[in-house]
Design a protein around this ligand. Structure first.
Ligand SMILES: NC(=O)CCC(=O)C(=O)O
Length: 279
């Protein structure tokens, strides 16, 4: 039987001048989340080991699994006997670059990878212009896995803007949808929490957004404010701008609680409308 609680940690990591320093810091924080705080599932942010820039994606891309970051994360998951959602780092495969999240299990096993499906192309003149699609290739596959009976799914940052993405996860049985994220500081204050709460409530699921800490010396300044919402759409915990570790027990009884009390998932009118996943 699935437990009624599971302790998770969201690591809002600082940025570092080199990939090696970022990895070393991440491993220290993961150890602290697992050993000192007892987290069983640890989550890292989007693009935590490189600068979030189109040039940098190509420079620092590695094989997943098998590359330096994946090996370090797999070994650490095994050492600590935890589930590790490795945030994202650029992946190279057959000459193409992807923004990819790799997941490792408690024996250090590679559970799978998810490649960002919706690429972040935003143009708000004078404020934020970014084109992931100029260097990255989008993914097409969903990733789901089970952690002690809890059905977990992965999306990446901009994916959260697409309600259909989370709704397909609902169809796949996902109860906890995790988005390693790095929102910008313009849309972040307007949309970050709003979207997390909406996706959680729409789909009666937990939603976690795990972001890097804000670093104003970068060209792309990430918003921070990692957030966890419960299936009622409530914010369970939220970080600020600085490096921070959020550790929380997910109360899994809330999943059934809301489904019984507000049974919208059962009341979908599939005779009138339908959401279809294409394979
Ligand atoms: N890394 C991203 O996908 C950024 C998404 C973002 O900032 C947004 O407003 O959407």
């Amino acid at each position: 039987m699935a437990p009624s609680k599971i302790k998770i940690a969201l690591l809002q990591l600082d940025s570092f001048p080199t990939k090696q320093a970022a990895i070393s810091n991440a491993l220290t924080q993961i150890r602290s989340a697992a050993k000192a705080k007892g987290a069983k599932l640890v989550i890292l942010p989007e693009c935590w080991n490189s600068t979030y820039s189109a040039d940098e994606f190509e420079r620092s891309a590695e094989k997943i699994p098998g590359g330096e970051t994946s090996v370090a994360l797999a070994n650490t998951a095994k050492e600590l006997g935890i589930w590790l959602v490795g945030g994202t780092y650029p992946e190279v495969d057959a000459g193409k670059i992807h923004n990819t999240c790799a997941v490792f299990g408690p024996q250090g096993e590679f559970i799978g990878k998810y490649r960002k499906m919706h690429l972040f192309d935003m143009d708000i003149p004078g404020i934020c212009t970014f084109s992931e699609s100029s260097v990255l290739t989008p993914g097409k596959e969903f990733l789901t896995f089970s952690v002690e009976g809890l059905n977990v799914g992965i999306g990446i940052c901009y994916d959260q803007r697409f309600p259909e993405f989370a709704a397909i996860h609902r169809q796949l049985g996902t109860d906890f949808l995790i988005f390693p994220s790095a929102f910008d500081t313009y849309t972040g204050p307007m949309h970050f929490e709003l979207i997390a709460r909406a996706r959680a409530l729409d789909n009666s699921m937990f939603v976690a957004l795990c972001a890097p800490a804000r670093d104003t010396s970068k060209d792309y300044v990430a918003y921070g404010y990692s957030t966890l919402c419960d299936p009622w759409g409530r914010v369970v915990c939220r970080a600020g701008e600085h490096p921070e570790m959020l550790v929380v027990d997910l109360d899994l009884t809330l999943l059934e609680d809301i489904k019984k009390k507000i049974p919208v998932l059962k009341q979908k009118r599939n005779d009138v409308y339908e959401l279809v996943r294409k394979k």
